[in-house]
Design a protein around this ligand. Structure first.
Ligand SMILES: Cc1cc2nc3c(=O)[nH]c(=O)nc-3n(C[C@H](O)[C@H](O)[C@H](O)COP(=O)(O)OP(=O)(O)OC[C@H]3O[C@@H](n4cnc5c(N)ncnc54)[C@H](O)[C@@H]3O)c2cc1C
Length: 441
């Protein structure tokens, strides 16, 4: 049921507005859970169309800051409770500050030869204080918990698998939309919410419609990452007890991130092939303990890191298409906050759609516009600051480079704006803006 209410909207129709969610990753699933909790199903009827044959996540762990965890509560209190039950507890040492050492003392010079750097391996740059709320989980485990919260524990009736969206066209007489799928099937809806990730099909359709060709294609950030799991005992044997805490090494032209989580998940479905040998070639100058960590990676995967240029809008004026999660604002992972931002998106959008009292397409369009206003600046800031963070960790920031004092100052403050969001206030502002607009309809 609706947890917020708008002023009355006169243009009511007898059936709920059908909202098609394209993609069932963390973004699409958190939106569906949010709508089932916050919205009136007589007003909004959500349905996920997922390309894959089942819900699945690629990759190992995922970490969430206080902003994301609070957003889970807004999406649904049960979501947050389940997260707390499965996430690793914050280690007091992590809360008080983890030392960030330098990992190397050589860098590639302009002539392509290695050269000695001013910093020494082992020099401690700073202490990063993680919030007591910063918690990690296994991706597949996290997704499983989300799915088990859906009706019937599977989402039957609210999810169709094997449906890859290929096109979205206006419906008959310009009303609603017709969604086309790769298997030839078509579905009608009043609106589509794209949650189909960085390689989105919905994003180009929306951005072409609003004349934003430049925002369409993701761009390579110039960085890539290896990811993989290491059994905790092996990691502790290699680098000591620090392996039990979230921590990083900074270094010339590369950085290393390590965080623990409950790794009891057995399925291998999420693993993409890459080789340890390939990773070791990139880590050739690194100290022995880090190379041993790389050697211990179980089936590592390699991610080329892409990000989106800023989109001019996350929705169209008519309220037929809206974007959420990575398809709206894919960022590099250097702040570990992309999935958290998708959950924030879902918190705001589900509260907005939950505020609609009547199934009026004009009010739906106003809700999308309010969502765009609330979310675009904040999420696009993440894209920029995340890209900048990699430069900082690798001593490549113009004007800062390896000046430890400047790096330290920058690191201590740069996550605050992400973590310190007052989620409730953020949602309330969006709903109030919607109420004002609805009054004018
Ligand atoms: C190396 C790395 C580490 C990261 N670590 C963190 C972290 O610690 N914390 C954090 O918050 N974030 C992290 N992120 C970011 C996070 O993974 C993403 O922001 C998040 O997964 C995005 O979720 P999404 O649902 O928007 O997109 P996706 O997870 O990409 O889901 C998209 C879904 O849409 C489906 N789909 C795609 N195309 C279609 C179509 N045409 N029709 C129908 N369905 C379709 C896909 O099958 C998929 O299920 C990391 C990212 C990377 C690369």
């Amino acid at each position: 049921m609706s947890s917020e209410s708008t002023s009355s909207i006169n243009d009511s129709s007898s059936r709920p507005l059908n909202v098609a969610i394209i993609g069932g990753g963390i973004g699409g699933l958190s939106l569906l859970i949010g709508l089932l909790h916050n919205a009136n199903l007589n007003v909004i009827k959500p349905h996920i169309y997922e390309a894959a044959a089942k819900f699945s996540e690629i990759g190992a762990g995922v970490g969430f800051g206080p902003n994301a965890i609070e957003s889970m509560r807004v999406v649904s209190p049960e979501f947050q409770q389940r997260f707390f039950a499965m996430a690793t507890d914050a280690d007091p040492e992590v809360v008080n500050g983890v030392e960030v050492p330098v990992w190397n003392e050589m860098r590639m010079g302009m002539d392509g030869k290695s050269e000695k750097c001013p910093l020494k391996a082992g020099d401690v740059i700073t202490k990063v204080c993680f919030s007591a709320w910063k918690k990690n989980v296994h991706r597949a485990h996290f997704l499983d918990e989300m799915v088990s919260m859906l009706p019937g524990g599977t989402g039957e009736g609210f999810v169709t698998f094997g449906k890859r969206c290929t096109d979205i066209q206006d419906g008959e007489g310009g009303k609603g939309v017709v969604i086309k799928f790769a298997d030839g099937m078509e579905a009608e809806a009043d609106a589509v919410i794209g949650c189909d990730g960085v390689k989105s099909r919905v994003r180009p359709i929306l951005l072409r419609k609003i004349g934003d060709e430049e925002g369409i294609n993701p761009r390579f950030s110039g960085k890539y990452a290896y990811r993989g799991l290491i059994p905790i005992d092996e990691a502790v044997a290699t680098i000591g007890d620090v392996a039990k805490r979230s921590h990083m090494w900074y270094g010339y032209d590369g950085h290393f991130v390590c965080f623990p989580f409950d790794g009891k998940w057995e399925s291998q479905d999420w693993v993409l092939p890459a080789t340890v040998e390939e990773a070791l070639e990139d880590f050739v100058d690194w100290p022995d303990n880090i190379r041993k960590m790389v050697q211990s990676l179980q089936k590592p995967d390699k991610w080329m890191l892409f990000e989106h240029p800023p989109a001019k809008s996350y929705c169209d004026e008519a309220g037929k298409i809206c974007l959420l999660g990575d398809c709206a604002h894919a960022s590099t992972p250097h702040h570990g906050a992309g999935a958290g931002m998708a959950i924030e998106d879902s918190a705001v959008l589900s509260r907005l759609l939950g505020a609609l009292e009547q199934p009026d397409p004009r009010a739906l369009a106003a809700a999308f516009r309010s969502y765009d206003t609330a979310r675009r600046v904040r999420t696009q800031k993440l894209v920029t600051t995340s890209r900048d963070a990699a430069l900082l960790y690798e001593f490549q920031t113009p004007g800062i480079l390896d000046d430890i004092e400047k790096v330290r100052k920058n690191v201590q403050e740069r996550l605050r704006w992400i973590w310190d969001l007052d989620v409730e206030q953020h949602c309330m502002e969006a709903v109030n803006r919607l109420k004002e607009e609805v009054k004018l309809l």
